[in-house]
Structures are given as C-alpha cells and as structure tokens.
Design a protein around this ligand. Structure first.
Ligand code: ADP
Ligand code: GLC
Length: 500
C-alpha cells in the first residue's frame, strides 16, 4: 500500500492505493493560525452579539484543530482583575507624531479555550466601557496600529488576520499600504461585518493618526470625502463576509451609504450565518438557571423558570409571557415598543404579559419605565445590562419579540429557540434566515414584514392564538429546541473562506 498523491487544491487529500486500486482517500489536514482582532470578546467584554461571536468562533476553530487567537483592547472589566496575565511584548508606536507605548498581555491559563491577548495603552484603552468615549476614533486607531506593530515583531506569520467590524477594519490597509508594515501584506485578511450601520468615519485631517502611508492609495481610505474605516476594510481585505445570507442581500440596497461599494465588491463578499456557543447556551446545564430542562422534559422546569420571572416582576404565570432583550436603539426598533406594548395590552384586554430588558436611548428607557405603573401586573422592565437575567428570561418566557429594522444576524432568536421560547420576528437579515412562520410548512415562529406598531400588534395577536392552541405549542417547543445553530458547521465555513 502506498500514498500516491497529494492534491493541492480545494479537495486536498492523500490517496492511498493498493496496486491500481484506490482504497482510501484521507483529507490532508492543514492547520491554520488565525488571529482575530476585535473590540469585544465574551466573557472579557461584551456589549452585544459581536462579543458572543468572538468569544465562541475561535474556540470552535481550535476544536477543528486550528490555532485561533484573539487580540482586543485591555478594557478594565472584571475579567481583567479575576484572571492572571503575563506581558508578552512591549513596543512604541507613533500616532500623529506622538510616541505611544503599548504593552501586549496574554491570559495565562487558556481559560477561554484559545489564547487571549490584550493591548494596553495607558490612559487610552484601559477604560471601563468598550465604546462611547469622545476620543474613540483615536483610541481605536491606536489599538489597530499597536496590533499591526506587534504582529510585525512576530518571529513567524499567521495564516490569516481576521478583523471584526470597523474597530479593526483599517488593519488590512495598514498591513498593505503603510511603509513600515507593508512587508506583512502577504498575510491573508478577512473582514467580518457584524453591522454595516457603524463605519468608523474619520475626517481627512485625522489621516495623520495612521503610520506614514502611500498617498497614491488615498482612494482606498476615502468614501464620500471622509475616511471610512469599514469601507477601507471592504476594499482592502482579501475576503469579506456578513453574518447571514439575508443581510448580504440587503446591504446592496441598505448599507448606510456603502451600497455601491458592496455592489462593486460583491465578488469577494460572502454570507456566513453565526452560530451559538452551545456549551454556554444550553438549558440543560446553564449555570445561571436554577431549573434545567431539555426537549423531552421541558414542561415542568420551563414553567418554574417562568414562575421566577413572574414572581419577581409581578406578572401572571397563566398568561403568555412575551420578552424583549436588547440594545434600545433604532436598529432594534426599540422606539416602537412603548406604543406597541400599550396597544397590545389595551386592545387585547391584557391577555398577555410583557417583560423588557435593555438599555440605550434615554427617551425610550424613560417611556418604558413610566409604563410600569400604568400597566402594573401586565408589563415590567429592567433598564440595564444583566447577563444572568437574560438567561432566565430566555428560559422562562413563552415568546421573544424582535421587531428589528436592521438585524445582520441576531443571536437572541437562536438562544430563544434553544430554550424553547418562540421568536416573533420581523423578516429581515438573519431573522429571515433563521425563523419560519408557523403558518408555513414546518414553521415554528411568528414573522411579520413591516417595522410598524400595527404589524407588531398583529404578530402578538397571532402569538396569542398560537399560545392558546396547546397541541401546536406541544409540537413546536421540542421542535425548536432541537434546531442546530451550533458553531460546528459555520466555524468550518470560515476555514474554507480563509483557504478560498
Ligand atoms: P446585537 O449584537 O445587535 O446587540 P445580537 O442579537 O447579535 O444583537 O446579540 C445581543 C446579545 O447581547 C445577546 O447575547 C443578548 O442576550 C445580549 N444582550 C443584549 N442586551 C442585553 C441586556 N440588556 N442584558 C443582558 N444581555 C443583553
Ligand atoms: C451585530 C448585529 C447582530 C449580530 C451580531 C453578531 O451586533 O447587530 O445582528 O448578531 O453583530 O454578529
């Protein structure tokens, strides 16, 4: 028996033959080293789904046999104080002529299942919040330059630098067109767009934040007379992907000004649906839950989780519980919640209960708070961020409402499905890809088309009818809990994208 060939293309394999007969074809495994660059990574720092994705995808890439690493800013979160780190590199970069020292620290115990590196720049990155400072542009350009500078000191080259959203989208440009670093230009780069609404716009006078660059290439930075970090990433990265197919289609028409660029670059743009970390998000083992359950025994314990919520928030366990969890911003259509919830309670005579968890627009927050006394017993809310409560809500609720105007993927609906909570979603982006209306064959959710108070109320009405149909509910709940949205397949698709 002998190995006769290694085919070095897409279907790389070893062919083992006996005489003329091919007896075995073994995939020839090529381990890659992937450096993810991101502003967020759960459980270190999370504002939304970006944190969840960057906390999970590298772990699953490691499980596939690759070496995945994450580098992020050294935010001052609990994780920093509760874990041990070692210094692995110290360097100096120049931003607008000013020398800035940076330090790269590495978490010592491989706690996340992959190597975690953090960039510390005194006074700039070592802050409590991830975003929301006046000097965010300066902070994040400094972060990106420090990452590339550190990379330029590695003794070897990683296979791919995978950047996420606009906070790291200038990196492909820096690696290709800044004189000091362009020897890194052969390293492949991939940009994942989690949300094209935010683009990291910079005035042209802020171009001096970048290390000296080839000014013939100014067009790669420019979009509509300003520097557009996300646009530069789309132009310079070898491959670009959005976090669902549905969103990839939509951004050709709605991309906050970048529509033409997406159309022009469509040849290198792909849609890869996010997964969920099924080790963390598992109703059978979830550390935040007192009562665990699975598809065959969910009835009793899902109800016990609902009771916890109803007791704490003065709601009626007999009625369907509809929850909303998320950032209170226009993309999530949080501004429509106060009116939609009021209409539902009034017109449907309080036949359902609502519970809202989130923070964002202070106007929406105050409207939602003010409704608590008006609809006492039918509605409640908690303004703020609460990871533990979010898990109990996914576990205890009957329905999850997501009326999003824009939803590149959406993880909430996937968590809800796994916890037996039926999603009520507007048909957009990833919601369209992951939820099928219960009126369609094999459907299990409630879908609607327009982001309007009327459509939300009608969808809630349909949810109410579904809730009252006990036979249908008994079929749907175990069905949705078993839908596979794990990272297993999507993490391999990313590897294929790096290799393409
Ligand atoms: P986005 O990233 O646009 O906010 P996703 O659906 O991708 O939306 O992910 C949101 C993530 O943030 C989910 O893990 C959700 O449970 C979590 N989340 C959002 N708001 C809150 C909150 N107020 N408290 C706890 N978790 C929250
Ligand atoms: C963004 C999107 C959200 C997506 C998340 C993770 O925050 O708004 O839809 O699920 O990124 O990719």
């Amino acid at each position: 028996m002998k190995v006769i060939q290694i085919l070095k293309h897409q279907n790389i394999c070893l062919q083992i033959t006996a005489g003329n007969e091919k007896v075995m074809q073994i995939p020839y495994f090529h381990s890659m080293e992937i450096l993810h660059v991101s502003a967020e990574c759960y459980p270190v720092a999370k504002v939304g789904g970006l944190g969840d994705v960057v906390g999970a995808l590298p772990k699953y890439q490691q499980k596939l046999g690759h070496i995945a690493k994450v580098v992020m800013p050294m935010h001052r979160t609990h994780f920093l104080y509760e874990n041990s780190f070692e210094v692995v590199h110290k360097g100096t970069i120049r931003i607008a002529g000013k020398a800035i020292d940076y330090t790269i620290i590495k978490e010592k115990t491989n706690r996340l299942g992959f190597d975690l590196y953090m960039v510390d720049i005194w006074g700039l990155l070592d802050r409590e919040r991830v975003y929301g400072y006046d000097d965010d542009i300066y902070r994040y350009v400094s972060f990106q330059v420090a990452v590339v500078d550190w990379l330029s000191h590695w003794q070897h080259r990683p296979s791919v630098v995978h950047v996420h959203d606009h906070h790291s989208a200038l990196i492909p440009f820096i690696m290709q067109h800044c004189f000091q670093y362009n020897f890194l230009s052969e390293i492949k780069t991939v940009l994942t767009i989690h949300n094209a609404q935010y683009q990291g716009w910079m005035r042209w006078d802020q171009a001096v934040f970048l290390p000296p660059w080839d000014t013939y290439k100014w067009g790669l930075l420019d979009w509509n007379h300003s520097i557009n970090s996300l646009g530069a990433g789309i132009k310079c990265a070898n491959k670009v992907n959005t976090v669902s197919h549905g969103y990839l289609e939509e951004i050709r028409y709605h991309a906050n000004g970048l529509e033409n660029l997406f159309e022009y670059e469509r040849g290198k743009c792909f849609g890869i649906l996010n997964g969920i970390d099924t080790e963390i998000w598992d109703p059978e083992t979830d550390n935040y839950l007192e009562y665990h359950f699975n598809p065959s025994n969910y009835i009793e314990n899902k109800l016990k989780n609902k009771k916890i919520l109803c007791d704490r928030f003065n709601l009626d366990i007999e009625k369907p519980l509809i929850i909303f969890i998320g950032r209170m911003v226009g993309e999530k259509a949080a501004d429509l919640l106060p009116q939609a919830i009021s209409d539902c309670i009034r017109y449907m005579e309080g036949r359902m209960n609502f519970l809202v968890l989130g923070s964002g627009s202070s106007f929406v927050e105050s409207q939602l708070e003010e409704m608590k006394s008006r609809y006492f017993g039918f509605y409640n809310s908690l303004i703020g961020y609460n990871e533990e409560l979010s898990h109990i809500m996914y576990a205890g609720a009957d329905f999850l409402l997501m009326p999003s105007r824009v939803e590149p993927c959406g993880l909430n609906q996937m968590y809800a499905l796994r916890y037996g909570t039926i999603p009520i979603v507007r048909r957009t982006g990833g919601l369209r890809d992951t939820v099928t209306d219960y009126g369609e064959p094999n459907g299990f959710g409630v879908c609607f088309n327009d982001t309007s108070v009327g459509d939300i109320s009608h969808a809630v009405y349909r949810a109410l009818l579904l809730y009252e149909d006990k036979v249908k509910m008994k079929n749907i709940i175990p069905q949705i809990m078993q839908i596979d949205h794990s990272w297993e397949s999507s993490s391999q698709i990313y590897i294929n994208l790096y290799n393409a």
